[in-house]
Design a protein around this ligand. Structure first.
Ligand code: DAH
Length: 361
């Protein structure tokens, strides 16, 4: 091979191996082997040579062409590998790094309190029952021993829905209490019954201690020999566990509810210290719930024989007991959807309420 051809090969191979990326390599390939490339130009010149010279130089040029082509392939593979490695490096995730301290969402105090209630009653063997938010008159009133002319109907500030004719449909009410779930449960389930029913309730009322929508939890126990002592024991256990105070002192005051007889309102002992409510100490009492032995008329309305079955029920406001436990002063703030409020009063989502771990840690 002549010096010039040697030089040409060295120059081309030098260009190939010096190409730092795939784009440059392609430019080098076109400059050597492309239609207007240097080897192609040399090939074109062969026509002007004698047959012997043409053969010799032609073979030599073909060798250079092959050498350059295979060098390009090798260089291409190497550059592709390098590009892939670089990408893998850049995109790799170090799974051993600590979690970023990102802003985490918070559980709303209603959800937290709801979970705490379910955890405590679940431990006592209660199951959770549900009923519809839109009720009929029977489940919200009549079956609960509140007949049409009963004054308790007025006290409930009921929301009625509109019928198709645009008039108020008195058969469609937003439930004013979760006591409705007592009725559904007794209609659908044979005693023994032991349920709680947390849920939303609605009354047309709005001020610092009332919102048109709020939450209640109802409890119902029906069996053959369930008596008032069971009611007391159940409330003692529940309220002590919920407020996280051993043997929380309770006061039962006789009261009236249409659906229970006898009925009692229950107060917890408390006092105010430095503007804050302290539960389980002092000489004050705070009303917390309504309760009683299920009225025979309610049992009858659900098809149960009051001579065979009896039991107790109670109901309380979920926001109310959340306010007392967590020192939240205004009921309306529960529904403001204010993130600053939620960050302050909310709970970490992974800290599920359980009696074993502690309810509200
Ligand atoms: N339903 C009552 C209310 O909304 C609360 C209540 C009181 C429920 C006494 C009961 C009960 O089950 O026995 O004010």
């Amino acid at each position: 091979m002549s010096d010039t051809l040697d030089q040409l090969q060295d120059a081309l191979l030098g260009d190939v191996n010096g190409a730092g990326d795939l784009d440059t390599l392609e430019t080098v390939r076109v400059a050597a082997l492309g239609k207007k490339g240097r080897i192609t130009a040399e090939m074109k010149n062969l026509g002007g040579l004698s047959p012997d010279e043409r053969k010799e130089r032609g073979q030599a040029l073909n060798k250079i062409k092959e050498a350059v082509a295979s060098a390009i392939n090798l260089r291409k593979e190497a550059l592709e590998d390098a590009a892939l490695n670089e990408r893998l490096q850049a995109e790799s995730i170090d799974v051993s790094l600590p979690v970023r301290p990102e802003e985490m969402g918070r559980l709303h105090p209603i959800s937290q309190t709801w979970d705490e209630i379910v955890a405590i009653f679940g431990e006592m063997g209660f199951t959770v029952a549900e009923g519809p938010d839109i009720e009929d008159d029977f489940h919200n009133f009549t079956a609960l021993n509140i007949p049409p002319e009963h004054p308790a109907r007025q006290e409930h500030d009921t929301f009625y829905l509109q019928g198709e004719d645009g008039q108020i449909d008195y058969e469609k009410v937003l439930r004013t209490h979760t006591s409705t779930v007592q009725i559904h449960t007794m209609q659908n389930q044979e005693p023994p019954i032991r349920i709680i029913a947390p849920g939303r309730t609605y009354r047309s009322d709005s001020d610092m201690t009332h919102t048109p929508m709020f939450s209640q939890v109802e409890a119902l126990v029906i069996d053959k020999k369930t008596h008032f002592g069971h009611l007391k024991g159940c409330l003692q256990d529940f309220l002590s566990a919920y407020f996280e105070v051993d043997n929380l002192p309770l006061r039962f005051r006789s009261s009236y509810f249409p659906f229970t007889e006898p009925s009692a309102e229950v107060d917890i002992q408390c006092c105010w210290r430095d503007g804050e409510l302290v539960v389980g100490e002092g000489d004050d009492w705070m009303e917390i719930l309504g309760s009683g032995m299920v009225h025979p008329n309610v049992l009858r309305a659900c098809g149960l024989d009051p001579d065979e079955y009896q039991g107790f029920a109670f109901g309380m406001g979920i926001e109310r007991i959340a306010m007392l436990k967590y020192g939240i002063p205004d009921l309306r703030t529960f529904f403001d959807a204010d993130l600053r409020w939620l960050r302050h009063y909310g709970f970490l989502p992974m800290e599920a309420a359980s009696l074993i771990r502690g309810l509200s840690v």
